[in-house]
Design a protein around this ligand. Structure first.
Ligand SMILES: Nc1ncnc2c1ncn2[C@@H]1O[C@H](COP(=O)(O)OP(=O)(O)OP(=O)(O)O)[C@@H](O)[C@H]1O
Ligand SMILES: [Mg+2]
Length: 500
């Protein structure tokens, strides 16, 4: 049996006059893993959406094994064995339903389908087994972590006859260990002759598992060919269209000793144990940890979004106990949460509306400021964080994934907060946006604000932070000065290593 081959030729797509794709060619071969990369908004998700039948108004030709095919609906795509694991996993899942139902969703939706629960569960389990996973499939999908949700979508794809599998930023919600597991699965599927498209901003991942590479920029094909032909640096330069300068800002002058936040003996009802932290004016404090170490729990607890207790707390010189987000915001604190797509933004509303939901009332969507003011502010934020958009009126759903994240971050810039907590802010954003974000954070620190920066990207912590606390199993197990920090040291402590 010869390998399947899918080719897209001269694909054009416009949305209301905006050219999202111009004459793009793309190939997928059975048994190969094809990296698709490019900056936020380059057109990666859109090109794959065309292949999955989401945009029936594209121009160009798609052929499978040299036969021209017409893919104008998701149903067509599935019939040809093309399946997608989306970037926004939540969009593809039905809340309230069980894991089993979500895996078997397409079958259950077929007209005239008569299902027995035991069959549905059994088939769902069988699909998960292909990924070496066994969950209780009766559980509600609402209780799943992002990593689990992604596995559910992957299992859904594999429950069909799958010839071409598209993974849109599959590792963004995963830690190193979970990513490794996914790579094992991808390699196995490759071995079974499935053609895989792997979208990611993490060049080292692409290098590790892809044999072919395509780079898009501004909706155009910039480069395609064997992965081995380009160095990681060259790939980034193709993405950006220019040379890459140092992505981290230069070292800031030392900050003073003035303390903004001080907390001792913080515990929550779950993971966190006896956390003590001090954040100074003008300081960027890193919180390093792998997934599950408690970074998100710590950020939320400090913000008062979860139940916790501290033996002693002080915020901006006042006694303080973190127990209420509204109170935290009034006292000058802001949190950019990890699950921004769920917690931080309103996907059906325009950028201007999203940015003007006042940060001091961020949990109520009705506290808006004047329309003109909102508009001007939105234009300013768009420029400051580099959001790729047609303007403040565009709804978030129309933005690329990375650009939605920039909106979520931009939303917090207006608040006169002086303690800003960022939980994994660079997930899914491209190198250019990362550089902009680092500059922004550096600028905030230079203004005298204190930043808490939680991340599992150790290189970023080393590049950016003045001091880094390593979190392991809900406890701070090491504290390292930024100047002395090395990635290996952070990794050592965050996997449970102890000081000699
Ligand atoms: N339905 C739509 N209507 C209008 N514009 C759209 C629509 N879908 C996508 N776009 C625009 O097309 C461009 C490409 O978006 P796409 O989501 O493909 O980017 P991407 O390369 O996947 O980026 P990211 O890395 O941020 O996920 C963006 O400028 C986006 O705003
Ligand atoms: Mg995308």
């Amino acid at each position: 049996m010869s390998a399947n081959h899918l080719s897209m030729r001269g694909i054009n797509l416009a949305f209301a006059g905006f050219r999202a794709l111009s004459h793009v060619d793309f190939d997928i071969k059975g048994g190969s893993v094809h990296a698709l990369t490019g900056a936020n908004g380059a057109g990666k998700s859109t090109l794959m959406a065309v292949l999955c039948g989401t945009h029936d108004h594209y121009e160009g030709e798609i052929a499978i094994n040299n036969q021209v095919v017409s893919i104008r609906s998701p149903r067509d795509a599935k019939q040809y064995g093309i399946h997608l694991v989306q970037q926004e996993v939540d969009v593809a899942l039905v809340p309230g339903l069980s894991i089993a139902e979500n895996i078997m969703l397409d079958r259950l939706a077929e007209p005239g389908h008569r299902y027995s629960w035991s069959t549905v569960r059994q088939q769902a389990k069988a699909a998960l087994a292909q990924l070496d996973i066994s969950f209780d499939v009766r559980r509600s999908v609402d209780s799943c972590t992002l990593a689990e949700k992604q596995q559910i979508l992957l299992a859904r794809a594999l429950s069909h006859h799958c010839r071409f599998l598209i993974l849109d930023e599959p590792t963004a919600p995963l830690d190193q260990h979970e990513s490794e597991r996914l790579f094992t699965v991808v390699r196995r599927l490759q071995g079974q002759g499935i053609g895989v498209v792997f979208i990611s901003h993490r060049i080292h991942e692409l290098k590790a598992i892809c044999d072919t590479l395509t780079v898009l920029r501004d909706g155009r094909l910039i480069e395609t060919g064997p992965m081995a032909d380009l160095s990681g640096e060259a790939i980034v330069e193709k993405m950006l269209g220019h040379e890459l300068n140092d992505i981290y800002p230069p070292r800031r002058p030392p900050h003073g000793e003035e303390t903004l936040l001080n907390i001792d003996g913080l515990n929550d009802d779950g993971l966190l144990q006896d956390i003590s932290l001090r954040l100074r004016k003008g300081e960027i404090l890193g919180i390093a940890g792998l997934a599950g170490a408690g970074k998100t729990e710590l950020c939320k607890a400090l913000f008062g979004a979860t139940k916790s207790r501290a033996t002693r707390g002080e915020l901006n010189g006042q006694p303080w106990q973190p127990n209420n987000p509204a109170d935290s915001v009034t006292r000058g604190m802001a949190l950019v949460p990890e699950e921004r797509r769920k917690e931080g933004i309103f996907i059906e509303d325009p950028i201007s509306m999203n940015l003007s939901v006042s940060a001091d009332n961020s949990f109520s969507r009705w506290s808006l400021f004047g329309h003109r003011q909102a508009w001007r502010w939105a234009e300013e934020v768009i420029a400051r964080v580099g959001i790729r958009t047609t303007g403040p009126a565009q709804t978030l759903r129309r933005l690329s994934g990375g650009n939605q994240q920039k909106v979520a971050i931009g939303k917090w810039l207006r608040a006169n907060a002086n303690v800003l907590i960022f939980d994994e802010p660079t997930k899914g954003v491209d190198v250019k946006a990362k550089t902009d974000l680092f500059q922004l954070i550096d600028g905030l620190a230079r203004e005298g604000k204190g930043i808490i920066y939680a991340s599992g990207e150790f290189a970023e912590l080393v590049g950016l932070c003045d001091r880094i606390c390593v979190l392991w199993d809900g406890r701070i197990v090491a504290e390292i000065a930024g100047a002395d920090a090395r990635e290996e040291t952070l990794l050592y402590y965050s996997t449970g290593g102890t000081a000699a």
